[in-house]
Write a protein that binds this ligand. Structure first.
Ligand code: ADP
Ligand code: MG
Length: 253
């Protein structure tokens, strides 16, 4: 029972006349990497937006670690230990990489700093060290003082990943984390996500790149037109004719 970190139950979401999510039920187990795949417009991003409080479901509920997330703000959900890397990175382009990561860390801690000036100074140094370490982890260690606006699209996504990791979330949600990355950077991201897994972090990953999906996923959910059409291990999904049909128009998965 306690092994379920995220429990999406009977979630429906419509936009005008469009049923973007239809009776979605999903359980994410602790420490696992759960991939959600499906064609464009299937409802994948909508599902993540519901999980992080950016969209309210019409019906149904999302439970995280025993807490009902329905009606909570994105900030409250982040405070509970949910971090996300979205399709459009949310970063401060006028600041350095280091400043962005430090701000992300402070956002999660939210006022837990001591007002003792000596302690505050020590905490600030510690924060900078940790932020530098995280930038190194995602392969941006040489760019800590760089202006964020100068980064390539792939590097911005990696920066956003460092901003998530410094929050030490219990659950990390990633919406197409390798979109726009070269093969080399994609492979580095796969390695990073594997290392995070070893540390026990639970992940939900939306991904188009099947190489990434099959390298990382313990379990795969396939969405098409707002409905779950298949679920299973990577091997089961690879051979599933319904998935081939809906997702790839009959091509090999
Ligand atoms: P995916 O991420 O799988 O490509 P989305 O979740 O972004 O799909 O979108 C699912 C469907 O919902 C699409 O038809 C999309 O056009 C529609 N949609 C998504 N967000 C909105 C919105 N804010 N307003 C209206 N329609 C939306
Ligand atoms: Mg999407």
């Amino acid at each position: 029972m306690n092994d379920i970190v995220l429990d999406v139950s009977d979630v429906n979401k419509t936009f005008g006349g469009l049923q973007a999510l239809s009776n979605i039920n999903l359980k994410i187990n602790k420490g696992k990497t759960h991939a959600v795949i499906g064609p464009n417009g299937a409802g994948k991003s909508t599902l993540l937006n519901v999980c992080v409080g950016r969209l309210e479901p019409d019906t149904g509920s999302v439970m995280f670690d025993g807490t009902n997330l329905t009606g909570r703000t994105p900030h409250e959900i982040n405070q509970l230990g949910v971090a996300r890397v979205f399709q459009t990175p949310e970063i401060f382009l006028d600041l350095t990489l280091l400043q962005n990561v430090e701000i992300a860390a402070l956002a999660r801690r939210d006022g837990s700093f001591s007002f003792n000036p000596f302690k505050a100074m020590a905490a600030e140094k510690e924060l900078t060290r940790e932020a530098e370490h995280m930038l190194g982890e995602v392969g941006l260690g040489k760019l800590t003082e760089e202006h964020t606006g100068n980064l390539s699209r792939g590097d911005k996504r990696r920066l956003e990943m460092a901003m998530c990791l410094i929050q030490h979330p219990k659950l990390l949600l990633l919406d197409e984390p390798t979109a726009g990355m070269s093969r080399h950077d994609t492979n580095r991201t796969i390695d990073l996500l594997k290392r995070i897994k070893e540390q026990g972090m639970t992940k939900v990953i939306i991904e188009h790149d099947m190489h990434v999906v099959f390298s990382l996923a313990d379990w795969i959910t396939v969405l098409a037109q707002g409905t779950i059409i298949a679920e299973g291990t990577p091997d089961e999904i690879r051979g599933n004719p319904k998935v081939k049909e809906a997702y790839l128009g009959g091509a090999e998965v």
